[in-house]
Design a protein. Sequence first.
Length: 303
Amino acid sequence: MNTITIGSRGSKLALFQSQQVQDSLLKAHPVIDISISVIQSKGDKELDKPIHELGGKAAFIVELEEALVSHRIDLAVHSLKDLPCILPDDLMYTGSPQREDVRDVFVSTKWKTIDDVPVNGIIATGSQRRKAQLLHKRPDLNIQGLRGNIDTRLRKLDQSTWDGIITAAAAMHRLGLQNRISQYLLPDCFVPAGGQGALGLEIAADREDIKTIASSIIDKNTTLCCQAERLYLTQMEVDCFAPIGCWARIEKEIFLITGFSSRRDGKESIIKTVQGNIVEAKKLALKLAETMIKNGARELMSS
């Protein structure tokens, strides 16, 4: 294998993430020529429409996946939370490099914390999960919709009368925007989206050569946790617009996985955590799903 083409969306964040993967692969395989091919997704082109009108997460990955299957690119780099948990038979998630910060953050030009926002304040987010978590904490808030890349979201905040926005810490960190963060939100209360903070490497299922090369930059623990989160979300059988979160991690050789489900208005929510031996990560993810379902999580999210 002498050359590898990485497929990337065209946003500043997507290109930075793809360049991170490119740099890591070049360090591990200096004799391979590794390039990046920019492929614009439907989700990036049609910013005036809500994501659900564009087909959900698929709006950001279809063009990349078509390029993988046709072998026009060898490897696609995604924000893992954008990659559907169930992939077609001719595609596979091959793992993730080391994970960035999983937390959500509050970004504001006015306030240091969400608690500082006055009654009936306006906070913008495009996530049903974040909306439900905000309303659970502050039912008085007005939640506005928000789309676009990080630069677009920050520009909308700066040009608006909003009191703040909620976004992912990982994106802010990767773009060197830590100074814009007002507050980090505790992940045991504001449970992140499954896969948040992680990159997802996707390849065609018939590309064992690429799988072998990519394995050199895969982080074992990150991938284990992300696979558990994806298994949990699959078991919950919800669409990508449901107010649901999942966070797996390893602490002192103990595997923990937390699930969050809520009504869309945030009035009721469920948070459960199970823990055990690392080698039982898959069983623990299934156990968490069973526990959440028995406690009415599915009904809560559809209410």
